[in-house]
Design a protein around this ligand. Sequence first.
Ligand code: ATP
Length: 377
Amino acid sequence: MRSAEPSPERQSDSRRWGTRGTAAATFAGQLSFENVSRRFGKTAAVEDVSFTLNPGEIACLLGPSGCGKTTLLRIAAGIDKPDSGRLLFDGQEVAGPDRFVPPERRNIGLMFQDFALFPHLPIIDNVAFGLNALPRDAARGIALHALERVGLAHYAESYPHSLSGGEQQRVALARALVPRPQVLLMDEPFSGLDQRLRESVRAETLTLLRETRASCLLVTHDPVEAMGLADRIFLMRQGRLIQAGTPEELYRHPADAPAARFFSDTDEVRGEVRDGQVVTALGTFSCPERVRGPDALVLIRPQGIRRAEGGGGTEGLITETRFQGDDVKCRILFKGLDEPLTALLDSRAAPQRGETALFRVDPDHVFVFETATPQPI
Ligand code: ATP
């Protein structure tokens, strides 16, 4: 494990959350899942999942409803146990065939979707709740610092019901962070917020997480949220880990067709594999070795279709347009295809419905897979 000692300026940031040693340890933790499986009756909620959350890393468990994200988080927290496989905390087994360390001895913080604040306690006591090893005044002092940091010190003596959803989220975050957990686990922490608030609360949360330096594993079903927050994404489907990597790696190099579709809209065309290339009605693209042919499935993102400038390109008829501000969403029928494809074109230079124009496809937005693809995500 690498040293988790912060740089001097980050150290002063992290000390705003409490003096080292007053609460829990302040070194970021490492969490490793090794071949973890969990079944509920006939449902394989998690199947043979292995990955490591590195110290200080913010990672997202991403996938649609029911793919096993929460089950993994519960296993990490110690609320649930794996049927097989092991969970290691800083290299030590905390769940597995030989050992089970209960949640309160894992130095892990938890933050739930509904924030789970205690309605009968003032905000300051909600935040101080995890500091029960400290004298009350000291705990309240640290809680007040944390509330100052999230801009809510003036609500210290108020009760949760008098706060907005965004404010409650910040209280829940302060409460999860004050015991200085080595690993913070967050289950859909923004889904209870209204769309307009979400982006600013997310940005603020990210700043606070970086400040406190806890490792963080966050569950979300929203790929845009995962890409905006995570150093690394673990993409899950039907209980299995499909792909792990940086947001850019997953967006630019999806492991399979459902993974590509999960990150953005795509249209599909058939291609013919010839000499390491795939030939389609919209041009020829390079074909990865794993696709053997003779046919291939070619996915094209709307943002990859552009007006061809300076000659060349494929002629397409605009069948539909929808103005979206900077972009116009167009449906374009190309010769040789039965269905129109969707394109996002610059609204200042987009053709009108009924016009024909020449288009080219940016290969960075083209993904080639075997025609027999896995189940959709
Ligand atoms: P969501 O985003 O909807 O919370 P998820 O990806 O977190 O979904 P899990 O909650 O981990 O998924 O559930 C994975 C699968 O295991 C689902 O099919 C779910 O119905 C099942 N499951 C989870 N917990 C239990 C349980 N306690 N008893 C029975 N089945 C369960």
